[in-house]
Design a protein. Structure first.
Length: 131
């Protein structure tokens, strides 16, 4: 029951000063199933309750900095449950802001022999962008 679906869109800017530098903003949205039980609910609510799975959405906003083949990403988001039940309203993490960070290294690169107006794939960030 750990299935998640995520989509993201990146807006990247290639530096005119140093062609090795790219910066960008990534907007994301993920949908997943969250198990709700007495451990994940606020204290005193439904002690010993059976585990139920509820759908949650997580919108996120991340900033990325890429230098040559190394990417650094810092992001934030919020988790929102969609059940509308008393359990959902008492989930510990509903509406709480989270922060995440990551480092990526491009292991494989494509040769670029095309013109500057054609699309390319950035393997470090996993997004499609225009150069």
């Amino acid at each position: 029951n750990n299935l998640s679906l995520e989509g993201s869109a990146a807006f990247l800017h290639h530096s005119r000063i140093d062609s090795n530098i790219t910066t960008g903003i990534i907007l994301g949205l993920s949908l997943t199933q969250i198990p709700l039980d007495s451990a994940s609910l606020t204290s005193g609510f439904l002690k010993g309750a059976e585990v139920t799975n509820e759908t949650a959405a997580t919108p996120s906003l991340s900033f990325t900095f890429v230098y040559k083949k190394v990417s650094i990403v810092v992001g934030t988001g919020v988790d929102i449950l969609f059940g509308g039940t008393a359990k959902d309203d008492n989930w510990r993490y509903t509406g709480q802001l989270w922060v995440g960070a990551g480092i990526g290294i491009t292991l494989f690169s494509q040769s670029t022999t095309s013109s500057s107006s054609s699309p390319s794939t950035s393997l470090a960030t996993g997004v499609k962008n225009m150069q």
